[in-house]
Design a protein around this ligand. Sequence first.
Ligand code: HEC
Ligand code: HEC
Length: 345
Amino acid sequence: MGKTSKPTRASQAVRNIVTAAIVVTGVAGAAYVVAQGKNEPIQPVVAAKITNPAKVELGKKLFFDPRLSKSGFISCNSCHNLSMGGSDNLPTSIGDRWQQGPINSPTVLNSSLNFVQFWDGRAKDLQEQASGPIANPKEMAFTHELAVEVLNSIPQYRAEFAKVYGDKKLDINLVADAIAEFEKTLKTPNSRFDQWLKGNKKAITAEELKGYELFKSSGCTACHNGEAVGGTSYQKMGVFEPYKTANTAQGRADVTKNDAERFFFKVPTLRNVELTYPYFHDGAAKTLEEAVDIMGRLQLGRTYTPEETAQIVAFLKTLTGEQPKLQLPILPPSQNNTPRPKPFE
Ligand code: HEC
Ligand code: HEC
């Protein structure tokens, strides 16, 4: 998906931070009049339009199918559990043979809105992302060839691929394409905050509104903005104070090998953030209070009172939208010639 301009260079990200700092010094303490609607830095989530229901249905099956993993036990939904906000609620994910993953699992909800995928932006879109975990030894630990062999051995899958893709050869690109189509439907419109944005003044409480005003006036929106309240830029974790972590991820610098981009991460979405604990790329912040406190100090050089933190947390909880209403897919059974799972090898 061609998303808006990509501030991929460090210089752009640094400019964004400078903007954040200006917002902080310029507006802190000033009385803030909240104008509802179009001028807000956050826009309501637009519900997904389904144009190809057969492709979405196929992608949903694949998303839930653990036979795309070596163990036959791990599906996309294992780490992006749609009953838990599209995440796994673990500090870092557990993959094949109980291996501890290197990084926190981001939510798949609204992930189509991200300007790039992964914490370090190494995949440009959902299609490019989707084939990765299948072959990742620490995630599903399979090979693309074997995944395709499994699907090809199951007549119902063959028929569904043929229905959606005609006589194109069933390969990993089609698998990724179908999964991405399903993921694009995982949007969460109509949160209480969105109802407020659309003009229903009663949709959020006075406390939650104070939290939003503080969120804006202290400069959180310099980085967390747009439809997803994030996902629009890379920013440095630790602007005013360094972030201390034992996690070895270096963010953008891992991709670009440019030391100036060390600890630049894709700003995560704050939609449904109430559901996607624990927080940060290392999953080190267990609660929203902790995450807000760290963001205030490290990103904005500001220490909130417990009361202010509570207001911002109350606001963040209004960002929980309608969760996708899914009918659990029933997966077509393996056949005698379907390669069998190897959970312990
Ligand atoms: C073992 C756990 C695990 C499994 C299984 C898994 N993922 Fe992930 N997923 C992760 C982790 C961890 C990340 C973050 C990795 C990173 O940024 O380096 C991630 C990142 C993503 C992202 C990027 C989201 C964002 O905000 O950047 C998407 C989309 C995604 N996964 C979809 C999938 C799909 C589709 C599948 C199945 C084919 C899948 N995942 C299987 C753990 C998992
Ligand atoms: C300079 C940019 C910037 C500013 C300003 C900023 N953030 Fe963040 N925010 C980030 C980045 C980058 C991350 C991811 C950091 C990481 O995982 O190491 C993040 C992560 C978060 C998370 C965790 C989300 C998750 O799923 O893990 C929360 C909650 C959050 N920010 C809230 C806030 C609040 C509240 C404010 C204002 C007090 C704020 N942020 C200000 C850039 C920013």
